[in-house]
Design a protein around this ligand. Structure first.
Ligand code: PRP
Length: 213
């Protein structure tokens, strides 16, 4: 039988995903040992689990290097890849929001060429251009985005807010909610046709557990 490969977004989502697969009888225990290995095998269920950078999960799945992916909706919206979004897993809940200093609250949609810093350039562009009909100056960053309005690099940021702690500790606030986010189970389109039964059995197992939560 062919191995089905699951790409997990490295970090917190991967840990939650491993617990979730453990609950439906898959063995990810090897992954929990803190090693630098990137591929783990469950021989009994003929599954492989690979650990990849979150933003690369949709790429592995679109190209079929992974049949299945577990990844945040933020990454799916940003990468916009050709794949099936099968189930909202409901964990890793947070939101995408426009954030900044309180004084910007009433001005964000009135400023010409608002300077927006973000790790999510497509989401930011799409929100301001398509939803609000506003042109912005987009500044792409790769982390610690909250710094940008503090040092005058941008007027606001578009970023993930989970507990809100990073914002609060830096004197920033949520100015406008863009959308809710959580982890999704995604599937390669060809894999879905070729291994329908096996993939649907996993989907049903996971859905049953989600229903029980
Ligand atoms: C994310 C996000 C915020 C923070 C939000 O950053 O970009 O900075 O978490 O979480 P909170 O609302 O619970 O404080 P991440 O930890 O991925 O680090 P990064 O800024 O280096 O990308």
């Amino acid at each position: 039988m062919k191995y089905l490969t699951v790409a997990l977004a490295k970090g917190r989502l991967a840990e939650l995903a491993m617990d979730m697969f453990g609950e439906i009888g898959m063995d990810c225990s090897e992954m929990k040992e803190k090693t630098r290995k990137l591929i783990f095998t469950d021989e009994k269920n003929k599954m492989k689990f690979i650990l990849v950078k979150a933003s690369d999960v949709p790429t592995y799945v679109e190209y079929g290097a992974a049949d299945i992916g577990i990844v945040g909706k933020d990454t799916l919206l940003e990468e916009n890849r050709n794949l099936y979004e099968m189930i909202n897993l409901g964990f890793g809940k947070c939101k995408m929001a426009v954030c900044g200093k309180a004084e910007m609250r009433d001005r964000i949609f009135n400023v010409n060429n608002l300077k927006v810093a973000s790790k999510y350039p497509h989401i930011a562009e799409k929100f301001f251009r398509d939803e609000k009909g506003q042109t912005i100056e987009l500044i792409k960053l790769n982390g610690s985005v909250e710094l940008a309005p503090l040092v005058g690099l941008s007027d606001v940021i578009v970023d993930i807010v989970e507990s809100g702690k990073t914002l609060a500790e830096n004197g920033l606030e949520v100015l406008y909610d863009i959308c809710p986010l959580s982890a999704w189970f995604v599937v390669n389109k060809v894999s879905m046709k070729m291994y329908t039964e096996r993939i649907m059995a996993i989907v049903e197992g996971l859905s049953r557990n989600l229903g029980g939560n």
